[in-house]
Design a protein around this ligand. Structure first.
Ligand SMILES: [Fe+2]
Length: 350
């Protein structure tokens, strides 16, 4: 079959899926010709999704508000993140650090330029032998912050994450470019096990950049017209990159670098602009990491499949199995590589 006929047949077969994805969290302008259509976006498709997601997330957050103190809500509304020093009682924090230092568990690693990220998914089976860590993972007060930032309840995915950065390796790390993860509220959280200095690739966030203002909508509209053809792959996949001049045009301040002591918890809505600051020295940072991203258009906050059997407590193993299966069938390629059992403080394996 000639190539053009083949691609036409494929496009016709996939069109219903691409259209259906308008109502989901799908965000790639490159991979979905409907979401990426310059014509549909000129007519306002992307901005309509952005607006509706904003309306729905506000409604859901109203329902979640009683679980967060008014002071923390006000700060979150202003900044786009929660920050708690001494987040865990000192005896529990010491026990949690010891458990993580002494564990060797199935890990995955991803290399981005000179930085390797290692994740050890904390399924229930591993947490059974880590009581202090399990207490943090199950802590309703921690979950309330993650839920509020994500604007949904549900089961966050927890992992022990190690960042190993070598600035002498000249490769570009896309995480050091200021970006928004997606077009709707989504939560990421870090409990830092070590002090994070200015030079240690600290998390940086543009205060207030989670808010959907008329200027932001106009900027997003502009990006949506050309994102599908962007030379920056991640911009084309819907994680819009922003420059310093974009921030100035949007009336936003520069990013704030969060050099913080150990036992600080940050929970951010990463639809706001953020990045990992470039490491200026050899860095090994260990943190408890969590993420929660759900459908942007839900009228309710609950009903999360990952929080129910058979997924509950087994997400890391299921995700790794799914990735392996899809890669074997040639249907997906993930930058994450399984590296067998590893400890959080070991050198990179990839
Ligand atoms: Fe990000």
């Amino acid at each position: 079959m000639p190539l053009t006929l083949l691609s036409l047949t494929r496009n016709i077969a996939l069109a219903p899926l691409w259209i259906a994805q308008i109502g989901t969290k799908a965000k790639s302008f490159r991979d979905n010709p409907v979401l990426g259509s310059p014509l549909l976006n000129a007519w306002g498709l992307h901005v309509a999704r952005r607006r509706l997601a904003d309306v729905m997330s506000r409604r859901r957050r109203l329902r979640l508000a009683p679980s967060v103190t008014p002071q923390e809500r006000t700060r979150f509304c202003e900044l786009g993140y929660f920050l708690r020093h001494d987040a865990v009682a000192s005896a529990q924090f010491a026990a949690l650090c010891r458990e993580i230092r002494e564990s060797r568990l199935p890990a995955r690693e991803m290399r981005q330029g000179g930085t390797v990220t290692r994740r050890i998914g904390l399924d229930a089976a591993w947490l059974a032998g880590m009581p202090a860590t399990a207490r943090f993972v199950k802590d309703p007060a921690v979950r309330a912050l993650i839920h509020y930032a994500a604007s949904c309840t549900g089961e966050p995915t927890f992992a022990v994450q190690t960042i190993l950065a070598d600035p002498s390796d000249g490769g570009a790390d896309p995480q050091t470019v200021l970006h928004s993860d997606t077009f709707h509220p989504t939560a990421k959280a870090w409990l830092f096990l070590n002090d994070v200095g200015e030079e240690d690739g600290a998390f940086a966030y543009v205060p207030g950049s989670h808010r959907v203002t008329p200027q932001r909508l106009a900027w997003e509209h502009e990006q949506s017209l050309s994102a599908a053809r962007s030379s920056d792959r991640m911009h084309g996949e819907g994680s819009f990159r922003a420059t310093a001049s974009d921030l100035a045009a949007l009336g936003l301040p520069p990013p704030v670098k969060m050099a913080v002591p150990a036992n600080t918890l940050i929970v951010a809505d990463t639809s706001g602009f953020h990045r990992r600051s470039p490491s200026l020295r050899l860095t090994r940072r260990v943190e408890l990491y969590a993420t929660l991203r759900r459908s942007p258009f839900l009228p309710f906050t609950g009903g999360h499949l990952a929080a129910m059997p058979p997924s509950a407590g087994r997400f890391a193993q299921l995700e790794a199995g799914l990735q392996e299966g899809l890669e074997r069938l040639g249907l997906a390629h993930s930058p994450w590589r399984p590296v067998g059992s590893a400890g959080a403080y070991e050198p990179a394996k990839i």
